[in-house]
Ligand binder design. Structure first.
Ligand SMILES: Cc1cc2nc3c(=O)[nH]c(=O)nc-3n(C[C@H](O)[C@H](O)[C@H](O)COP(=O)(O)OP(=O)(O)OC[C@H]3O[C@@H](n4cnc5c(N)ncnc54)[C@H](O)[C@@H]3O)c2cc1C
Length: 404
């Protein structure tokens, strides 16, 4: 049996940032992924908070050097109101007022290569298949079904949609979010706005809020276009994924114009039932990070931010524990992570019930309220100086009452 300080399951953003931070603190780190990089994963639009987290882990420079599409903000569109442009630099004074639109197969490889260059021992096509929680022993197998065991001082689960420890230890909980599906493709030749808004994510409400469409432009001229709706709405059309995608995109007043000259560069695909929750985020020997813990909804592009935040936080606490400090994971990890997750949850719920859309499309918002909302949509959901963080539901309800 091999021994290692920290064993990390999964080489996505959560695993990479955690590993990179831990090796820089002097610990031995093993990261395994059941796939080989580059691999496709959905989730291409980042928030400014990601830049801050990557900078703190000494991982931002390689991302900047890769010349991803700069993302300066978000535009909300619907059938009736004027589009609502939110500029990420109009925040509450936070340093990072922009981020990037990234093809995840490129971005994730870049991060894990950086983690490996910093000293992580990274191995691909190695799948975690069993976990002895009391002894903290992980069993892996390779493509030929050869098995190996690792004993670790701490295990971080960063397995994303694989949800390895929640599956092995029975930690799943109800996410309380409606069953939704995403139907998505990549295309070329879209008609983009000129200037700095070229890189904004456009979030297009379809019909009477039955669906919304993400428009994520990449620096190579291609664009990711996805439709999110409930399963019932999709099924009511009795169409294949591709027929549905084309029907919605070419009937919506905004997207039919934007994509009128486009061809597929990646064919239509779909994902369903991605929202998830867990009964706990940690125990004595392990910590759940990123999508292996909780995933809400794609609408505010919060997934990679939460993956990086939780990976970085898990690494920081593990590092302090391995130095001999007594860590209160309930306060420093679970309560901390849930603060940010719960703010995003309020935004997701009020997006779908229409409250937040009324606020976003109103031209009567006062500038201070706009800054607070921009700050949250930039991923600064731990900023306790922002009253829209500390009492997010109340602040949204009160703002709605004034603006409706
Ligand atoms: C429709 C949709 C759209 C989204 N859009 C956005 C967006 O625009 N912006 C955004 O920030 N987020 C978005 N997300 C969320 C984003 O996809 C995730 O939050 C993010 O990928 C989580 O990163 P991670 O590091 O936790 O996991 P992942 O990136 O999923 O990485 C996990 C890794 O673990 C590996 N693994 C799994 N099982 C095992 C195993 N048994 N053994 C070893 N390795 C294993 C996998 O191969 C994978 O490489 C979206 C999600 C959905 C569903």
């Amino acid at each position: 049996m091999k021994e290692v300080d920290v064993f990390i399951i999964g080489a996505g953003p959560a695993g990479s940032i955690a590993g990179a931070k831990l090796v820089q603190d002097g610990y031995s780190v093993k990261i395994v992924d059941k796939l080989k990089m580059p691999r496709f994963v959905i989730g291409e639009s980042l928030l400014p908070r990601c830049n801050e987290l990557l900078e703190n882990a000494n991982m931002l420079q390689s991302v900047v050097d890769a010349k991803f599409q700069l993302k300066g903000g978000v535009v909300f569109q619907n059938d009736t109101d004027e589009p609502s442009f939110l500029d990420f630099s109009n925040n509450l004074g936070q340093k990072w007022g922009s981020s990037f639109q990234v093809k995840r197969e490129v971005f994730d490889k870049l991060l894990i290569d950086d983690a490996a260059a910093k000293g992580c021992d990274v191995e691909y096509e190695i799948e975690v298949i069993a976990y002895d929680e009391d002894a903290n022993i992980i069993t892996v197998k390779d493509l030929d079904s050869n098995k190996e065991q690792y004993k670790a001082k701490k295990v971080l689960d960063a397995s994303g949609y694989g949800r390895v420890l929640p599956n092995l230890l029975g930690l799943h909980a109800d996410s309380h979010l409606a069953l939704r599906r995403a139907t998505f493709a990549r295309v070329d030749n879209d008609i983009r706005p000129e200037g700095v808004k070229e890189g904004y994510i456009f979030v297009t409400v379809h019909g009477d809020n039955e669906a919304w469409i993400w428009n994520i432009p990449f620096s190579d001229g291609t664009t990711s276009v996805g439709i999110v709706c409930t399963e019932e709405y999709f099924k009511s059309f009795k169409m294949s994924d591709k027929e549905f995608w084309e029907h919605i995109i070419y009937s919506n007043k905004w997207t039919k114009e934007r994509y009128k000259n486009s061809n597929y560069t990646v064919d239509v695909n779909s994902l369903s039932g991605y929202s998830s929750a867990v009964t706990k985020l940690y125990d004595k020997n392990f910590i759940l990070t990123g999508n292996a813990s909780e995933f809400l909804d794609p609408v505010f592009s919060s997934g990679v931010t939460l993956a990086l935040e939780s990976g970085a936080k898990a690494a920081e606490l593990t590092s302090r524990e391995l130095k001999g400090e007594n860590i209160d994971y309930k306060v420093e990890y679970e309560d901390y992570m849930m603060l940010g997750i719960d703010v995003f949850r309020d935004y997701v719920n009020t997006w779908y019930d229409g409250t937040l859309q009324t606020i976003l499309f109103s031209d009567k918002k006062n500038p201070e309220v706009t800054k607070k909302i921009v700050s949250i949509l930039s991923g600064y959901v731990w900023d306790e100086n922002n009253s829209f963080v500390t009492s997010s539901k109340y602040a949204l309800e009160k703002t709605y009452e004034v603006l409706k």
